[in-house]
Ligand binder design. Sequence first.
Ligand code: ZN
Length: 378
Amino acid sequence: MLKFKCTFRNNGVSEGTFLRWWAKSGSLKNRLTRIKKMDETLPPLFTFGVIADIQYADIEDGFNYHHTRKRYYRNSLRLLRRANEKWKGEAVKPSFIIQLGDVIDGYNKKYNASETALKTVVNELDKSAIEVHHVWGNHEFYNFSRDELMISALNSRTTNDTTSTMSEDTTALEDTVESGNVSDTEESYAYHFSPAPHFRVAVLDAYDLSLIGRKEPSVRYYEALEIIQAHNNNDDLNHPPVFDGTERRFVKFNGGFSKCQLDWLDRLLTLSDEKLEKVVVVSHLPVHPYSTDPICLAWNYERVLSILHSHKCVVCFMAGHDHDGGYYRDASGVHHLTFEGVIETPPESDAFGTVYVYEDRMALRGNGRVADRVLLYP
Ligand SMILES: [Zn+2]
């Protein structure tokens, strides 16, 4: 059953007043029944599936970097298949699936198996015949260059008719940076789409500013180098600079968002505010320190948070990367969901969810390690 949590956050009604109204309007039991009925009988406006960190590779099980978590490289494909079966059998078939990044593991590169592994997971996803929106994570860049990704099956921006870069609504996402006589145009993999009237999804590129998602002589590569060197003196930049706190995020396997992309997001959310839309923002890297181990945070997460908080339309921010998952509803009412990774999910469990979208809320129905949650609108 879905969890229902009633909060009194920022609504200007005291708990006492609310309870008095509650008592007048019917017994607690009746009210709860109505809530339950509403959850289980009213059809959603639409639904969508979410899955994170599949990291498939045709290799034996292994462990994470610190040898604290087992990784089930082949089983991850079986769990993807199980998620697909569930989505295909849903009474309301999901309108789309969000794949939150790291769809195949970096080990594939070592075994020259990147293309084969990608084909395997894409074939599996295709079986559902449901549109998939792919987010790019660090493992995408361990396997492929940005140019390769742009023309691969993982570029869902170009394969979906319903998607658009911001260029159609406001200005182009492409950033032209003048550097002496050199004009450097750097494209981000960020786009948005509207799955239903008054709803929008924004897909962000968390490696827009990074050492793995950009290559020399990219201006953004040098900008990323400057950022990481200001915080991390280690020879191995995948090793965090400190043992504790949010400074640990300054590692090579993370990245951030360029100013251009953040300006684009700000403009997009301004338009969504005007259109009274509800927006879901997705990225491989989480942006709230309470929704993840801080080592997984995007470098400039504070900037993203300040943009999210300056708009009324944002319902939730969904991310992957931290395989343990996490959840936090911040003071502005934005739900931060970090999805548990398929790769560290044992064969007897699962890690995926289906989001049911209603007029007044979204309800996440989790499977296995992913918990059920009601996401009331801010
Ligand atoms: Zn990752």
